[in-house]
Design a protein around this ligand. Structure first.
Ligand code: UTP
Length: 297
């Protein structure tokens, strides 16, 4: 019987420079798609996949994130007094059970691999998930749940993979595929940020992982990789060919890169259009501006 995946690491210690000046004082993960912070989407996805322990790797200036998960008795009482039960339910959905959430500091932004390594003592000897909250995935079955189900078959390490056109490969880690089994692929290697010509496939790694503790041992031994940062991809790739080999998982769903402004805006529109209370007005507005654009051509 495989050990169940019940712990997830959320690395949120990056500086979010692409969203300056907002991120001078607001953590990127607190920025909202419609009315829910990015981090709430990540937590909901983790819960749906059976995660019970939520480990945040944070840094200076992220205290708003910690406050977000606290109970707010004054606000709850106020909503109760006004019989705003629907809002009360929304608020309660953000409360975390005592002891379910832990915060670890990454003192210097030395890369994603280093951020994950900072949480090593809370993981110990179990498989664990890593979720990057700025990758938001709209899916009928939440992406991590799909991966947990696939992992129960394969074991090893599993990375979420998405098809990208060659000219976009340089923004991702790209899989060198060994066997293509449909939604699951086994891999020969992973190339970080290849040029279009060097990309070994069109399958790019995005921000969902299920990893074995051996990745933490690999990180223990690692020096910095591409860009002077300690790369998570390198530590995962070091397991290829071992008993903990690496699989890519083609998830079903749409991923939005909310770490970029364009991706964030697209996600905002997509999530607003999925809402009954917003769809019609927004649709009308989008049609209007399209007409104006056409008239101006
Ligand atoms: P990004 O590469 O998107 O970096 O990190 P960033 O700092 O958040 O944003 P920009 O590029 O400056 O705008 C991907 C994920 O890895 C985390 C980030 O918080 C984000 O969730 N990360 C990155 C860390 O936790 N620590 C690091 O040292 C680097």
């Amino acid at each position: 019987m495989r050990k169940k995946v019940t712990k997830a690491i959320f690395p949120v210690a990056g500086m979010g420079t692409r969203f300056l000046p907002a991120t001078k004082s607001v953590p990127k993960e607190i920025m909202t798609l419609v009315d829910r912070p990015l981090v709430q989407y990540a937590i909901d996805e983790a819960r749906a996949a059976g995660i019970k322990e939520f480990i945040f790797v944070t840094s200076r200036g992220k205290s708003a994130l910690e406050d977000y998960f606290d109970h707010n008795p004054v606000l709850e009482q106020e909503l109760r007094k006004k019989n705003k039960d629907d809002l009360l339910d929304i608020l309660k959905g953000t409360n975390m059970e005592s002891g379910a959430i832990a915060y670890i500091r990454q003192h210097r932004a030395l890369g994603l691999g280093h951020a994950v390594w900072c949480a090593r003592r809370l993981i110990a000897n179990e498989p664990f998930a890593v979720i990057l909250p700025d990758d938001v995935i709209a899916a009928e079955t939440p992406c991590l749940k799909q991966m947990v189900e696939a992992y129960e078959e394969t074991g090893g390490n599993m990375v979420a993979a998405m098809e990208v056109p060659p000219e976009k490969a340089s923004a991702y880690g790209v899989l060198d595929i060994k066997d293509d089994m449909g939604s699951i692929v086994s891999v020969n290697g992973m190339v970080e940020k290849p040029s279009a010509e060097e990309a070994p496939s069109n399958l790019a790694v995005i921000g969902r992982y299920i990893l074995t503790p051996s990745v933490l041992s690999n990180l223990n031994k690692m020096k910095s990789g591409a860009g002077g940062e300690i790369q998570l991809t390198d530590a995962i790739a070091a397991d290829i060919g071992t008993d903990n080999t690496v699989y890519g998982y083609r998830f079903r769903g749409q991923r939005f890169d909310c770490g970029s402004k364009a991706g964030f805006l697209q996600a905002t529109v997509a999530f607003a259009l999925a809402r009954d209370d917003l769809r019609d007005d927004l649709m009308r507005y989008l049609e209007d501006i399209q007409q104006i654009g056409k008239a101006a051509e």
